[in-house]
Design a protein around this ligand. Structure first.
Ligand SMILES: Cc1cc2nc3c(=O)[nH]c(=O)nc-3n(C[C@H](O)[C@H](O)[C@H](O)COP(=O)(O)OP(=O)(O)OC[C@H]3O[C@@H](n4cnc5c(N)ncnc54)[C@H](O)[C@@H]3O)c2cc1C
Length: 464
């Protein structure tokens, strides 16, 4: 009998018996409520989210992951793979009472094949791990703005990087995925092996299993022209209009973002940031210094208070966006825009004054991000020209409703320009219409979910 033949009868799982079974099968590789370490293990990167799972498994090898999958199935429990909990707010829509979070923090490591320009990355590795391993070979990868996001969680939901307009969605660099599936085996999925699962994983992510390793192509980029331009927020309108105009003709080699930031007066922030409202343009331009400098000319003409654009080692690109270096509590909301006319820019700037907003951001998309490469998976391109993203901090749980209202107001202010698409990686809140993230791939993804995970064992932040 296949393990999938065992129906998962979650509501009737006998909790005490299931806990004893898990302990017997997994020993100290599972943490149950009351165990030392359980609270730390269930706390995600997004500290605004309180996760109350049945248990947290802490595998240290691929074989451990298989043991966890088998034990959970036999105990009538579900599984939620989690590497960092950056997307814990998206997962919070799912009741975890009868779910084992599989925390992949103990499964990190990267092997680079310098000649082939590829890397094999263990399932819980962070982008910082990859950048550190690839840099000595003059290689890098299409990571996002934060180095402590996991490779698997980002890639398998698409991945928007500062290399995006030139190289496309980061998921297209995936060559193979080794995944523990619902039948308690490890399957290698690639263009030549389990091709339908390979297609589904590239977008379907944790809905299809626990990824224990992933193979990716690396970019032959040792250094990059990148940085930020920063002004006081009193210049927001002028800068935002100039950036919108600039992006209309910017080449695909340039991927940039515009943000209006309201920073709290925190002693850990440098004085030029602490307690200030700012407008910032940042990103990367894959050109020679001379070409990149000439391109930036119209933006530099606005006399930024700070200009850090210069050639930097590729791993330093992860510092440019100044994402929080430590776990922090936040609420976010997101929409996609097809165009950014002057009226939309005015609405963006006005909405940034919404009380409680921390970051109000537009990322320039288009270019290769709009193009689906041959052999791509379920998500291989993104419709839309700009990703709109609002973030509010949630310093105490009581602040959550106001923070949620602020990010919704920030994004809704541009409703007239929203388009029917969402970037899956930016869906990180309950209530988002995930069908807009999966688009045309959704119905085939759901068919494959029934085939590979008929009992709905795997709970993902972005369920198919
Ligand atoms: C500060 C910050 C900056 C960000 N910057 C960017 C950016 O520049 N570009 C961008 O595109 N996105 C960005 N994101 C969004 C981020 O890429 C997504 O939320 C991503 O899904 C997080 O992955 P994770 O594994 O770190 O998080 P987790 O919450 O641990 O995982 C998210 C989901 O990924 C799946 N998953 C993770 N690991 C595994 C595994 N080993 N096996 C199976 N499934 C797995 C699961 O379904 C899980 O629910 C950012 C988020 C934050 C908070």
């Amino acid at each position: 009998m296949s393990l999938n033949d065992l129906a998962i009868d979650v509501p009737h799982a006998a909790a005490g018996a299931a806990a004893a079974e898990l302990r017997a099968a997994l020993g100290d590789k599972v943490l149950l409520p009351g165990d030392a370490g359980f609270d730390a293990a269930r706390t995600p990167w997004n500290l605004a989210v309180v996760q109350n799972p049945f248990a947290v498994a802490v595998p240290r090898s691929a074989a451990d992951v298989v043991d966890v999958v088998r034990a959970a199935v036999l105990s009538g429990l579900r599984i939620a793979p989690q590497s960092t909990g950056h997307a814990a707010a998206a997962l919070s829509e799912t009741d975890l009472t009868h779910t084992v979070i599989v925390s992949l923090k103990g499964l990190r490591g990267v092997e680079v094949d310098a000649a082939a320009h590829t890397a094999r990355v263990l399932g819980g590795s962070l982008w910082n791990d990859v950048l550190e391993a690839a840099a000595p070979h003059g290689l890098t990868a299409p990571h996002g703005s934060a180095g402590d996001v996991s490779v698997v969680g980002y890639l398998l939901s698409g991945g928007l990087s500062f290399y995006g307009r030139a190289h496309g969605l980061a998921v297209n660099t995936v060559r193979a995925v080794e995944v523990a599936t619902a039948d308690g085996t490890i399957v290698r999925a690639s263009a030549d092996e389990h091709a339908d699962l390979f297609w589904a994983l590239r977008g379907g992510s944790g809905a299809f299993g626990v990824v224990v390793a992933i193979e990716i192509d690396l970019l032959p980029v040792a250094d990059i022209f990148a940085g930020m331009l920063l002004w006081d927020a009193s210049h927001a309108s002028e800068v935002a209009h100039a950036w919108a105009k600039w992006t209309a003709t910017a080449p695909e080699s340039a991927t940039t973002a515009l943000r209006i930031l309201h920073l709290p007066p925190l002693p850990e922030l440098p004085p030029f940031l602490s307690g200030r409202s700012l407008v910032v343009i940042d990103g990367a331009i894959e050109e020679t210094d001379a070409v990149a400098s000439a391109l930036l000319g119209p933006l530099r003409a606005l006399q930024p208070e700070m200009d850090t654009f210069a050639r930097i080692p590729a791993p330093a690109l992860v510092q440019v966006h100044m994402d929080p270096p430590e776990p922090s509590p936040s609420a976010t909301w997101h929409a996609m825009l097809d165009e950014l006319p002057a009226a939309a820019v005015d609405a963006f700037v006005a909405a940034a004054d919404e009380p409680g907003l921390f970051v109000h951001e537009l990322r320039h998309l288009g270019g290769a991000l709009n193009r689906r490469p041959e052999g791509g998976g379920a998500i291989a391109s993104l419709a839309g020209q700009y990703a709109l993203h609002s973030v509010a901090m949630v310093p105490v749980p009581e602040a959550a409703p106001a923070a949620t209202a602020a990010v919704h107001a920030g994004v809704d202010a541009l409703a007239a320009w929203h388009t029917d698409a969402l970037a899956l990686t930016f869906i990180d809140a309950p209530g988002a219409d995930r069908s807009l993230g999966f688009g045309a791939a959704r119905s085939h993804l759901r068919q494959l979910k029934l085939e590979y995970d008929p009992a709905n064992l795997f709970a993902a932040a972005r369920p198919v």
